[in-house]
Design a protein around this ligand. Sequence first.
Ligand code: PMV
Length: 373
Amino acid sequence: MRREHPSPAPVLSPASRPAGRAGADDATAVAHPNIALVKYWGKRDERLVLPVTSSLSMTLDILPTTTRVRLVAGAGRDEATLNGVSATGETHRRITAFLQLVRERAGDGRRAVVDSTNTVPTGAGLASSASGFAALAVAAAAAYGLDPGTTALSRLARRGSGSASRSLFGGFAVWHAGHDTATGTVTGTGTGTAEEAEAEEAADLGSYAEPVPAAAGMDPALVVAVVDAGPKTVSSREAMRRTVSTSPLYLPWADSSTRDLADMRTALRAGDLDAVGEIAERNALGMHATMLAARPAVRYLSPATVTVLDTVLGLRREGIGAYATMDAGPNVKILCRRTDAPRVAQALRAGAVRGSVLVAGPGPGARLLGGER
Ligand code: PMV
């Protein structure tokens, strides 16, 4: 018998929202990271964070981010700490810009104190912007008294970091590019006419994430191989920009990614883990090919990454369904059946991986916490 796989956690539902918390001034939310199986790579509008292509991910059940937002009357600026360390520079700017969006919607100019805690092992090298902005979106919306529903929260989280739109949901989620997909151009200026504003609003409305049904029998795991915990040399934002504007391979990849997404949905519905893995691996390798062809090239993959890819091929030769995906860094996430995860983790530890090897399953959507204030 087939069941839907796992149901997305409701966000700001009456059950999860502490009674009388609308405009609570103080709210805490938790969100988990997600790993894309069909990648988001390239924006068509930088300001609105509208992607060129739709993407699809699995939310993990490890490494959650917990974020508390408290409104402070009379404060002149937002304050933020990440794992107890004061946010400065670009990190502070992104958080403030995000809170400003929420303030405009809420019609409430109060500044906020944000405290965010990641359970990522120190320097694990795993992107935390997806869980970070998903948790911030849910907590900030509640603190400022907005109750927009999960779809609108997903659009809001997108403005912080594109991949965060998907972390609102548990299990598998698709993030719709919305209108004007695959143009490959970066268009948003934010300074145009009324018609342009209307078009922007329509584009914004069209780009959100939602859960994707998958057969329950698949029982997937993602084994995370941390080969290098260092900070990336080129931000994903800059790497995307460079790829979209200079890589001759970008548009062909964007086209094939649209087909990958359709195939991925079919494979998930069928519970065909090997098909899911094959599509995920080809999509990720194609994404890295677009970057290698950018001018100047962006190369996140290191010799250790390639050694892990060889280990994955070796596992497949042994008959184990193991498939690799990589994001904006050298670390590799290996999709396999949960029953095979210990064997995959062991092969990685015996081979190139000196850093941590973590095993994740499908995790829950972002949610507001109650009662700890
Ligand atoms: O959300 P961002 O801006 O950190 O971009 C993430 C892009 C990838 O992780 C490489 C792919 C994806 O879809 O998550």
